[in-house]
Ligand binder design. Structure first.
Ligand code: IPD
Ligand code: CA
Ligand code: CA
Ligand code: CA
Length: 255
């Protein structure tokens, strides 16, 4: 599927989510603990996206957070990695600051990425062959700022524990932001509103943003600088080239 087709699909998903919020008939369940939520809407949106993708691209492989689709052993060929609602806790408690995300890879190489912030109606999309767009307008890569020149997005638990110097890094930056949604934080990084983002993420949290970061020549990896595995949760760091290099020098070290 091409960029326009996926954007249409994501906007349709966004409309369904808004209708669900208006109807307030959202069923909330917990997964691994009381803060790890899933709703019937996460599952319905995932079903909707997968059905549409499979219809258009029957040979594609799919990895997605919910409904037992979270493992993929073979990443050869075209792979769609889907987070139907990124920021479910925000979706339930704030009714904003959540995204729908799709990352497309071909033989493990980034092809297209989409982060749709539903309540802001902000669609970031693109890939190495076409560049990065925000609601259809082509974006320039953000300035390659150093850590001391911008804001750092952080996972609140890692900040509180100063995990691998996360809090120390926050102190070097102009300030920290903790929005509780990987897609919103990565969008802010892509838009030049952050110098970096540190969190604990699964493949569907970073797959879409990863394509767009790569397109802009920005960096992402595990906290120790090694490549992300696209399987299971990992400590994650992304940033402008300069800030990433500065941050990695410290995060590699134990506290
Ligand atoms: C979560 C959010 C959150 C991050 C978690 C993710 P979900 O995604 O992106 O910001 O800290 O690690 O799991 O579960 O709401 O899709
Ligand atoms: Ca989740
Ligand atoms: Ca997520
Ligand atoms: Ca999710």
């Amino acid at each position: 599927m091409d960029r326009e087709e996926i954007e249409v699909l994501l906007r349709q998903a966004g409309e369904k989510i808004k209708v669900a919020l208006d109807n307030t008939n959202i069923q909330v369940d917990t997964k691994t603990n009381r803060k790890d939520l899933v709703t019937n809407i996460d599952k319905e949106i995932q079903r909707f996206l997968i059905e549409a993708i499979v219809k258009q691209d029957p040979h594609a492989k799919i990895m997605a957070e919910e409904n037992g689709r979270d493992q993929l052993n073979d990443f050869s060929g075209r792979v769609y990695i889907i987070d139907p609602i990124d920021g479910t806790l925000n979706f339930v408690l704030e009714q904003e600051n959540f995204c729908v995300m799709i990352g497309i890879y071909e033989d493990q190489q980034p092809v297209l990425g989409f982060i749709y912030d539903v309540m802001k109606d902000q669609m970031l999309s693109g890939g190495p062959k076409i560049g990065v767009y925000c609601n259809g307008s082509r974006l320039d890569a953000p300035a390659d700022l150093r850590i001391e020149d911008g804001l750092l997005g952080l996972n609140s638990g890692m900040y509180a524990a100063n995990f691998h110097h996360a809090r120390d890094l926050g102190q070097k930056a102009m300030g920290v932001r903790m929005l509780g949604c990987a897609g919103v934080e990565l969008s802010a990084l892509l838009l030049g509103q952050r110098i970096g983002y540190i969190s604990n993420l699964s493949p569907w949290d970073y797959a879409a943003g990863g394509v767009l970061l790569e397109t802009f020549g920005m960096k992402m990896s595990r906290l120790d600088g090694t490549p992300l595995s696209f399987s299971g949760r990992e400590y994650f760091i992304a940033g402008t080239k300069k800030a990433y290099t500065e941050m990695i020098a410290l995060t590699k070290q134990e506290n």
